[in-house]
Design a binder for this molecule. Structure first.
Ligand code: SAH
Length: 233
């Protein structure tokens, strides 16, 4: 995987978004068990303050979820780090010159998680049901020079035409794992998703073996907005 991120001058940021503030977040993530240097480096490099409203930019490098409008949130950096680390660890090793792993994200939101995955050199496909959020996220991908394939749709159907995927990451919670998504996971692939409803959510990892059998592991309690049906402009 080749890291790719072209930072425009306006993306570099000033003051409260300084490198020192970002480094403090990285140290915090390390202290909370995130060890994959590729993930820490992507979080250090991708300007999270550009994925939230300007009024919230001063809080962008705190380890907390923040509102992004339409009742939705950008996930807490630790959750992004944990999901990304789990996903990378679950990918099959690639040969030099081989195409990058294909990842499907459900719930583009601000576009931050997709940007982290793209910055890590993965081929990212992302689906969002709220058109306005997707439009803003696409502008961010463009401004950062990141290639992310995206569509406005109900992510519970996945993206069958572009599958199967080496990894699937779901960033909104459903009471149970969605079969259509598990079906679009390649053999040897990994899926990470929050599962649960009112009684609490768990971050779950699924691994699909070469023979199609599935191993399920619970990773940590989390809080995500719900996976909903229907499209909104
Ligand atoms: N990954 C996002 C987190 C966004 S919050 C980020 O990095 O900012 C979860 C997102 O999932 C919301 O934007 C919500 O609109 C979206 N969502 C909820 N149900 C969905 C569905 N069925 N299909 C696609 N997106 C969905």
């Amino acid at each position: 995987m080749t890291p790719r991120l072209r930072l425009q001058p306006e993306a570099i940021g000033v003051g409260m978004t300084s490198q020192r503030v970002r480094d403090r977040l990285i140290e915090r993530l390390r202290g909370h068990g995130i060890a994959d240097e590729r993930v820490l480096n992507a979080i250090r490099t991708v300007p999270r303050h550009l994925f939230v409203d300007e009024a919230l930019a001063t809080r962008a490098y705190e380890d907390s979820a923040l509102p992004i409008g339409h009742g939705q949130t950008i996930s807490q950096p630790w959750v992004v780090a944990k999901m990304t680390e789990t996903l990378l660890a679950g990918l099959q090793p690639r040969q030099a010159g081989e195409a990058p792993p294909k990842v499907l994200e459900i719930g583009t939101g601000s576009g931050y998680q997709a940007a982290i995955l793209a910055a890590l050199g993965l081929e990212v496909h992302t689906v969002e049901r709220i058109g306005e959020l997707l439009r803003v996220a696409r502008k961010r991908f463009r401004a950062l020079g990141l290639r992310v394939r995206s569509k406005h749709d109900d992510g519970r159907i996945g993206w069958p035409e572009n599958g199967p995927f080496d990894a699937i990451i779901v960033t909104a919670a459903a009471p149970a794992l969605v079969d259509a998504l598990t079906d679009q996971l390649a053999a040897g692939g990994v899926l990470v998703a929050p599962v649960g409803g009112g009684g609490g959510q768990m971050l779950v990892r699924l691994r699909k073996a070469a023979d199609g059998s599935i191993e399920r592991t619970e990773l940590a309690p989390v809080v995500f907005v719900p996976l909903l049906s229907g499209l909104i402009d």
